[in-house]
Design a protein around this ligand. Structure first.
Ligand code: GTP
Length: 247
């Protein structure tokens, strides 16, 4: 089966895994996401995942805390999500490994870039926990960094909103969705796609981003197959971007 992208970095937010209350883990949702990952794996697409932690903790929740400590708590929370995804993938017989940016060897492999690539080449899904392993960096930045390191063809940014809008569509009903937009315009317009560190990293390393809604989890596979969904973010607009890789 043909795919537009051979090696993808899927960023899954913590909220996408949360229960109706916006907290904790909804294994029904996790199953739905993992089912799509299983399909990609079957297609021969190499899948790496960076997972957020907003369903448990965000650094900024600790307004009165030391920021570094609050971020450490968030990094630990990403590992809970990574293990939940690992367990679900394994229950579907999808080979997968977790690597963490902060060593916790009793629980998961430490992040080793070359080993991560080897896992991907062997058809294993690699889930990166602990963000970048550093405070003051978001899991979006971790997604951009890991994508650059493993030379992913694209970042799949699966969100609660189905693309990039000129204003918050939850607040402004007249908000207009972009079909595609350049990184520099995301930065200049202050659009809330990813934080500016993450966007800058993608811009400097020319890593395209496909932003789409996760309400329909099958969007993950549709985007990888080359369907035009949501918003494409790149140095060039969608029509001039050539995703010619076939697997
Ligand atoms: P290959 O070397 O390609 O065969 O990869 P592999 O991951 O199958 O082999 P390895 O012996 O490295 O790992 C076997 C299992 O142990 C896998 O489930 C790994 O995720 C796990 N593992 C490897 N290193 C560590 C570690 O440092 N900590 C933890 N907790 N698990 C590890």
């Amino acid at each position: 089966m043909s795919a537009k992208y051979n090696r993808v970095l899927l960023k899954v937010s913590g909220e996408a895994l949360a229960t109706e209350q916006g907290f904790g883990l909804d294994f029904h949702k996790i199953n739905n996401v993992c089912e799509q990952i299983r399909k990609l794996d079957e297609m021969g697409v190499e899948v790496a995942i960076v997972v957020g932690a907003g369903n448990f903790w965000r650094g900024r929740n600790g307004a009165n805390m030391d920021r570094t400590r609050a971020d450490h708590m968030g990094m630990l929370a990403t590992t809970i999500n990574a293990l939940a995804i690992l367990d679900t993938l394994e229950s579907m017989d999808v080979p997968a490994r977790v690597q963490t940016g902060i060593e916790m060897k009793q629980i998961a492999e430490p992040y080793i870039r070359n080993k991560a690539i080897r896992h991907l080449e062997k058809g294993r899904v690699v889930i990166f926990g602990c963000g970048t392993g550093n405070p003051f960096f978001s899991t979006d930045t971790a997604a951009a960094l890991r994508a650059a390191e493993i030379e992913a063809d694209v970042i799949l940014l699966a969100k609660n909103v189905d693309g990039v809008y000129d204003s918050d569509p939850n607040i402004n009903k007249d908000a207009v969705k972009y079909d595609s937009i350049r990184y520099i315009d995301v930065l200049n317009k202050g659009l809330k796609v990813m934080d500016s560190t993450a966007i800058s990293l993608c811009m400097d390393n020319d890593i395209p981003i496909e932003v789409f809604g996760l309400e329909q989890p099958e969007n993950i596979v549709r985007v990888v197959k080359g369907e035009t969904l949501g918003t494409f973010v790149g140095n060039e607009l969608r029509e001039s971007f050539r995703g010619e890789k076939m697997c």
